[in-house]
Design a protein around this ligand. Structure first.
Ligand code: NI
Length: 424
């Protein structure tokens, strides 16, 4: 009997020990494991890059969920791994900084590191993101820290630079756009594209640019010659044709329009503008501003600006006064650059397509501003002949503002006649 009792006690004890061991092995006593079991994180679905590697485990007083891609490219994998290890270090620091408080309701910090992908024709955007969240026993909580990093990957999963993502010469173009800020793409840390916003990040600076501006500009090679074609006295019945002609050559121009003509050709002006051309002001009624008072000049400018705004939803960016007349009084009223020209086609005088063509081709050089009038069929015909030859010679057709930008000129309140390249 004694032996039997001892035996029973021994069996009971053994069973208890095994029970406790099994209980711990199943994670029943560990609140971290319990939470992970009851409220697991569900990784993002539908990833389109690489092979997904997943892991989840308890770590100190927290829990960790990690998912990252193994791609075709080693450098990409290394970049992701470096980002992940930085995130893990941050989580460790978080655990150290937030010890479990005596008697307080238990909070279990959770680290999630996951990724998602977005495929376009040009690249696959791989976004790795993380969140550190202290969770209550119901698995809910508010993120205490989070971050993300987007990589733009090419055909072989290689990380693309700006040129790779947005097209050749993008970096050159952006450097020119940033010329006066002291920032360059050479020390750029990261960039992201969200809709039409390109966000560039440096160590201690951030800049946003419009993707469409950059993309359009990236059709232009800053090292090749460029000119600004300008058209005065419209809008008129040929406006659309001019815009279509320019588009054939990936070109844009600046249209200095008269406010009084806008209501009659509002749709045409909108068309020209929507095609990416620049709309400038040629004043309201084509008066000789040198003979007007300050108030008179201001009225001419303001009325034109309103008429243009009504038609296209934007105010004119630049001014060209009628006849290019701009005495000191005029200049005191104009708010910004006043644009003259360096090549005068005299198209209004000749009304002859061959003569217009010859005036352009015989006088053109890199950085010129060409004066034409969009109200003559002969001007259209002359330009149509000239523009083909200019394109063959490597000329690119940009707006006055673009030309200014490419030449690194900060717009000032003064008269400009050309934007020739700096002597080197
Ligand atoms: Ni005029």
């Amino acid at each position: 009997m004694k032996n039997l009792t001892r035996c029973a006690i021994a069996i009971t004890l053994a069973a208890a020990i095994i029970g406790v061991a099994v209980f711990f092995a199943l994670g029943g006593a560990d609140p971290v494991k319990k939470l992970m079991k009851e409220h697991p994180y569900v990784f993002e679905a539908g990833k389109t890059i690489g092979t997904e590697r997943q892991d989840s485990y308890s770590h100190k007083d927290g829990c960790v969920y990690i998912s990252y891609p193994e791609t075709k490219n080693e450098s990409t994998d290394q970049a992701v791994a470096a980002y992940l290890s930085g995130v893990k270090a941050e989580f460790d620091q978080y655990l150290t900084d937030h010890p479990q408080e005596e008697g307080a309701e238990r909070q279990i910090p959770r680290l999630v590191f996951d990724y998602k992908t977005e495929q376009t024709d040009a690249y696959c955007a791989l976004t790795c993101f993380y969140e550190i969240t202290p969770l209550d026993e119901n698995g809910t909580g508010t993120a205490a820290a989070s971050g993300q990093q987007t990589y733009y990957l090419g055909e072989n999963d290689e990380i693309l630079d700006l040129d790779g993502v947005l097209g050749e010469n993008t970096e050159k173009k952006i450097d020119l756009m940033l010329k006066n800020s002291g920032l360059t793409t050479a020390d750029l840390q990261t960039f992201t594209i969200e809709g039409d916003q390109l966000v560039l990040r440096w160590e201690d600076a951030e800049k946003e640019l419009s993707v469409s501006d950059v993309e359009r500009a990236s059709l232009i090679d800053p090292d090749q010659p460029m000119i600004a074609l300008t058209f005065d006295d419209g809008p008129g019945k040929y406006s659309r044709q001019f815009a279509d002609l320019l588009a054939e050559y990936n070109g844009h121009a600046t249209f200095f329009v008269l406010g009084m003509n806008v209501p009659n050709f509002a749709d045409s002006l909108k068309y020209v503008y929507d095609m990416g051309n620049e709309i400038g002001s040629h004043t309201m009624r084509h008066k000789n501003l040198n003979k007007l008072s300050k108030e008179g000049i201001r009225t001419e400018l303001d009325d034109a600006a309103e008429a243009i705004y009504d038609a296209i939803g934007a105010y004119p960016t630049l001014v060209r006064t009628p006849y290019g007349n701009a005495n000191d009084t005029v200049m005191s009223v104009i708010d910004g650059p006043m644009i003259k020209w360096s090549v005068d086609t005299e198209d209004w005088k000749s009304r002859d397509a061959q003569a217009v063509k010859a005036e352009i081709l015989n006088n053109i050089q890199d950085g010129d501003i060409v004066l034409m009038h969009e109200i003559y069929k002969s001007t259209y015909d002359g330009l149509a002949m000239a523009i083909k030859e200019l394109a063959d010679q490597g000329y690119q057709f940009v707006t006055v503002s673009e030309l200014m930008q490419y030449r690194g000129v900060e717009p000032e309140k003064k008269i400009y006649r050309n934007f020739y390249p700096e002597e080197s």
